[in-house]
Ligand binder design. Structure first.
Ligand code: NAI
Ligand code: MG
Length: 337
């Protein structure tokens, strides 16, 4: 049975890693009926806007998307399309698993999941500069907005995820000592939800700076981490570095009406077009998408094939110390599925 899904190849390395992923899905016979759409820089070039209505309409219809990274101008320019999509479809839970695949790296046996609140906090877009005298940017101000409902649903999602995925502990990461209102509300809410799961899922909390250090010193102490938007963004890149880098880190953006799957990394302009990007993160995102639609067998099969290609066959892209191209790696995974 095929299921319709939106495909956004994205910018930079996006089209390369997307093509590699489609090749593997094709080899598996995993059936998505793709509706290809554009977003980000490539959409500006093709449609004159970074987020065309056709892309929104497609996701509204399918409720399911595989998305490549989208370039966001730094400083000025248009707002992040990735963030806009998360807000438009209220994809409140960003689920980012971090697992050791390549042996002999910095850490063996890392297996943690970061669950990041994906719609609130400092990403709500209330970010302004103010003119004083002749200086148009004399003062800059950003506002973080947290709601009790927003905190409740992400914390409940994290504890529920822990329960349904056989996890043991949820660590709440916050900065409630300084951000007493916003991070304070998050921690207060998390503690209420933790009580509901008492005896089923253990829980503790850590201040974000300590959590960042603990991740580097002893990552295997973590199981599920639930945190706010900015901290989750930073900690998930950090955590990917514990297991070989961004090339191996997938993510899911989950809401009640739609879900978008993507790599944690960005469009990697420094290596775009060279055919050397690691498509693993995007492939693992596709595996999460298969899990999401209930095709657990295929998700597991894809993950196993990818691990076998990397570990047994020793086919690795440059970021993992190998010399395989994106296409060679895709062929190796496709052979193993
Ligand atoms: P990045 O994640 O694109 O790259 C960081 C570093 O990791 C670079 O050295 C890159 O070459 C390397 N890298 C990333 N993915 C890789 C892969 N699959 N294989 C091998 N190496 C890989 O972050 P950066 O440079 O800060 O951002 C570039 C652009 O991407 C920006 O416009 C940013 O806004 C956007 N971005 C988009 C995201 C999304 O669409 N979800 C997420 C993060 C950034
Ligand atoms: Mg990020």
């Amino acid at each position: 049975m095929t299921r319709e899904a939106t495909l956004i190849p994205g910018d930079g390395i996006g089209p390369e890693i997307t093509e590699a992923t489609l090749q593997v899905l094709g080899a598996m016979g995993a059936a998505f009926d793709w509706d290809e759409q554009f977003g980000g820089m490539s959409a500006v070039e093709k449609a004159g806007t970074p987020l065309p209505n056709a892309t929104l309409d497609s996701i509204r219809r399918t409720g399911l998307a595989l998305k490549g990274p989208l370039t966001t101008p730094v400083g000025g320019g248009y707002r992040s399309v990735t963030v806009a999509l998360r807000q438009e479809f209220d994809l409140y839970a960003n689920v980012r698993p971090v697992k050791t695949i390549v042996p002999g790296g910095r850490y063996e046996k890392v297996d943690l999941v970061i669950i990041r609140e994906n719609t609130e906090g400092l990403y709500v877009g209330l970010d302004h500069t103010f003119k004083v005298g002749n200086d148009p940017k004399a003062v800059a101000q950003a506002m973080s907005v947290m709601t009790r409902d927003g905190c409740t649903r992400i914390c409940r999602y994290a504890f529920d995820y822990a329960k349904t995925h056989g996890r043991k502990r949820v660590t709440v990461v916050h900065k409630a000592n300084i951000l007493k209102a916003t991070s304070g509300l998050f921690l207060e809410t998390a503690k209420i939800i933790a009580k509901e799961y008492e005896g089923v899922i253990a829980s503790d909390d850590k201040i974000v700076d300590n959590a960042a250090m603990q991740l580097v010193i002893n990552p295997t102490q973590f199981d599920v981490i639930v945190t706010t938007n900015l901290f989750g963004d930073i900690l998930s890149d950090e955590a990917s570095g514990l297991v070989g880098g961004l090339g191996l880190a997938p993510g899911a953006n989950i809401g009640t009406k739609a879900a978008i799957f993507e790599a944690v990394h960005g469009s990697a302009p420094d290596i775009a077009g060279k055919g050397i990007a690691n498509p693993s993160a995007q492939m693992l995102a596709a595996a999460m998408m298969l899990d999401h639609v209930g095709d657990l067998g295929s998700g597991t099969r894809l993950r196993r094939a990818l691990e076998t290609a990397i570990v047994k066959d020793g086919v690795r892209t440059k970021d993992l110390g190998g010399n395989a191209t994106t296409a060679e790696f895709a062929r190796a995974v496709a052979r193993r599925v």
